[in-house]
Design a protein around this ligand. Structure first.
Ligand SMILES: O=C(O)COP(=O)(O)O
Ligand SMILES: [Mg+2]
Length: 231
């Protein structure tokens, strides 16, 4: 394993970038059009993590309402087109992300994104944030026939980046990411500043980092641990 190329896979929303402001403005525009109450950002941010359709459903449920599947389809199309037009208006990288990605790249790691956003939105956003070029693979919910928490979304992302699961790590912010990594047998580092209804400290990741400056040491420690277990 020591001569295998190491791969590090990142979740996007709530992990690499604080996307909540643009996602929740979009959600609130739709809720307003439907005559529903808008949700404050602080309350709505933790509804993110299972894709835009789930976000819409959860936003409507927070109003004590449900929506017929056919109407949800329409609202979802509308959500996607509004969001595409404001994908990086207020969205910012979390502190230290760009420097951390550069460090892993320079050290020869393969980098990938595994997100429940659509692939074209993910590429559009990562380009707007100036970091798309770092990744060997950017895999969204529609890249494969499977999406998180199905572990194949993660293992196929690792393969698309040219890596192998035995020499891979995942970095994420939610229960979905941690469950996906566990099911794939891939060690997982969690960030506590993303979007999750349950604090990541209660979800059993291998390591929690408070800032991206701590990612290098956390990844090196986990990678060494799994290499030793393998050898
Ligand atoms: O858009 C979402 O709801 C989830 O996206 P993520 O998988 O990058 O957190
Ligand atoms: Mg996330």
């Amino acid at each position: 394993m020591s001569d295998t190329i190491a791969t590090i896979v990142f979740d996007l929303d709530g992990t690499l970038a604080d996307t909540a402001p643009d996602l929740i403005v979009t959600l609130n525009l739709i809720l307003a059009e439907e005559g529903l109450e808008q949700l404050p950002l602080s309350e709505a941010r933790d509804l993110i993590g299972a894709g835009a359709r789930a976000l819409l459903e959860r936003g409507i449920a927070a109003n004590g309402r449900s929506v017929a599947p056919a109407h949800l389809d329409l609202l979802f199309e509308r959500f996607l087109s509004i969001y595409a037009g404001r994908i990086a208006v207020e969205t910012r990288l979390f502190p230290g992300v760009a420097a951390a990605l550069e460090r892993f790249r320079a050290a020869g790691w393969r980098l990938a994104v595994c997100t429940n956003k659509f692939e074209h939105h993910s590429v559009m956003l990562l380009k707007a944030l100036g970091i798309a070029g770092h990744f060997h693979a950017i895999c969204g919910r529609d890249t494969f026939p499977f999406s998180k928490p199905d572990p194949r979304h993660l293992t196929m992302t690792v393969a698309a980046a040219g890596g192998v699961p035995e020499a891979a790590l995942m970095v994420g912010d939610s229960q979905t990411d941690i469950a996906t990594a566990r099911a794939a047998g891939i060690p997982v580092i969690a960030v506590p500043f993303g979007y999750t209804m349950t604090p990541v400290s209660e979800l059993g990741p291998d390591i929690i980092i408070e800032h991206f400056d701590a990612l290098w040491d956390a990844a090196a420690a986990l990678y060494r641990r799994s290499s030793l277990a393998d050898s």
